[in-house]
Design a protein around this ligand. Structure first.
Ligand code: HEM
Length: 367
């Protein structure tokens, strides 16, 4: 996130300068520091400490903290990491929307930025082309790489065309800053403040502590997971398997396995390996999913009265005769994607209609 741009309207991101004779990597250290990012990341622990010493933790705030943190974390590990960076499983569009929006609360940059860096990390692990090269030292791989500007031309190259052609990914990238403020500040603080009057606890625990925790646990995957643990599956990289990192990172600690088999949706392959991300993905796979062809086949061959709204399939057979908009409109919608019509193209439905949808849900569409 370019904090200087947000606060000042100007950016010092001159490391993208196309002039081949200029490289930010060759400039003096003071010019290479990301000042706004460094200030933000270094004041967070101080703010967190101050907040913890001066703010009473209410039970409701604590419960909400655990739930919101767990959801944000899983959106990073299952979403940013295992889905968008590695495409290790197929996700329904509804799940993609959920993960893309909720992950903004973690202030870890957009999917596009994160997944591109991560793909580079895997292809060029432990080399100067790796954005968080563990061979450059523990501090550098943990947080140092974020504090210094790098010449992107000197990082490795990876294909990101799939990300660039994904409308959801690019929407999240282009609107990342407002989405991060909304999901990271407005919603969590607003829930605590409006819900039970705990504005202060909302800020210190739901924003400062949550962000600090989720930042450093993710950073641990780049640092701790390359320093502590065992080389169980190969020794071609510094990535190691460790239960300590697994506990900290919702299962990302079986890092040696992950570097050897990055397209496996699991990191801990034994059933007793602590990998909550793997369990969450497995759980979601129990919900029925259909490809577009399977959906059409169900409608045409099995006479299912199904329609699609925003990647989710609804069975309208029981609701057809109660529809306030009439039978013909719903009848003509069967077998089709009615997202646009439902959201204003024909009629802009209110919350009552959206609540009804939850009862008609039968599955979701996967690409
Ligand atoms: C399962 C999907 C649907 C549900 C649960 C649903 C539900 C509802 C509900 C509850 C209303 C009353 C107003 C409101 O609460 O917003 C309504 C009105 C309406 N719906 Fe739907 N609807 C669905 C799909 C559709 C589709 C696909 C179309 C168009 C192709 C459509 C067209 C309309 C129209 C035109 C009205 C306005 C009726 C009027 O006030 O004259 N609906 N719908």
């Amino acid at each position: 996130m370019d904090f200087q741009k947000i606060f000042t309207g100007k950016s010092d991101r001159n490391y993208d300068n196309p002039d081949p004779s200029f490289s930010i990597d060759d400039q003096p250290l003071l010019q290479r520091i990301h000042w706004f990012r460094s200030l933000y990341l270094s004041t967070m622990p101080l703010l967190a400490l101050y907040g913890a010493l001066t703010t009473k933790l209410l039970t409701k705030t604590a419960i909400f903290y655990v739930i919101y943190l767990a959801l944000n974390s899983i959106c990073i590990t299952a979403g940013y990491h295992r889905y968008w960076s590695h495409r290790s499983y197929k996700a329904s569009r509804a799940l993609q929307y959920f993960m893309a929006i909720l992950s903004c609360a973690s202030a870890q940059g957009s999917i596009y930025w994160w997944a591109r860096n991560h793909r580079i990390h895997h292809r060029y692990t432990d080399t100067p082309k790796d954005p968080y090269n563990a061979k450059a030292g523990f501090f550098y791989s943990h947080i140092g790489w974020l504090l210094l500007k790098r010449d992107r031309r000197k990082l490795g190259y990876v294909d990101t065309s799939d990300l660039q052609s994904d409308k959801l990914v690019m929407f999240q990238h282009n609107f990342y800053v407002p989405l991060a403020y909304l999901m990271g500040y407005a919603i969590p603080i607003g829930v605590c403040g409006l819900g039970w009057g705990d504005w202060r606890g909302g800020y210190f625990f739901l924003n400062v502590w949550r962000t600090l925790y989720i930042h450093h646990t993710t950073f641990c995957v780049n640092s701790v997971a390359h320093y502590i643990g065992d080389l169980n599956y190969g020794d071609s990289t510094s990535a190691k398997d460790s239960i300590i990192t697994a506990i900290l990172t919702l299962g990302e600690g079986y890092h040696n396995f992950h570097h050897e088999f990055p397209s496996d949706y699991r990191n801990g392959i034994r059933f007793y390996h602590l990998d909550p991300t793997k369990w969450a993905i497995w759980f979601c796979s129990l919900l029925p999913t259909f490809t577009m062809n399977e959906f059409t086949a169900q409608v045409k061959k099995s006479n299912k009265q199904w329609i699609i709204i925003q990647g989710v399939i609804y069975d309208v057979s029981t609701f057809m005769f109660e529809h306030p908009g009439g039978i013909p409109l719903l009848d003509s919608a069967i077998g089709k994607d009615m997202s646009e019509a439902f959201n204003g193209g024909v009629y802009s439905h209110q919350n009552a209609a959206r609540n009804l949808l939850n009862h008609l849900r039968v599955g979701s569409i996967v690409a």
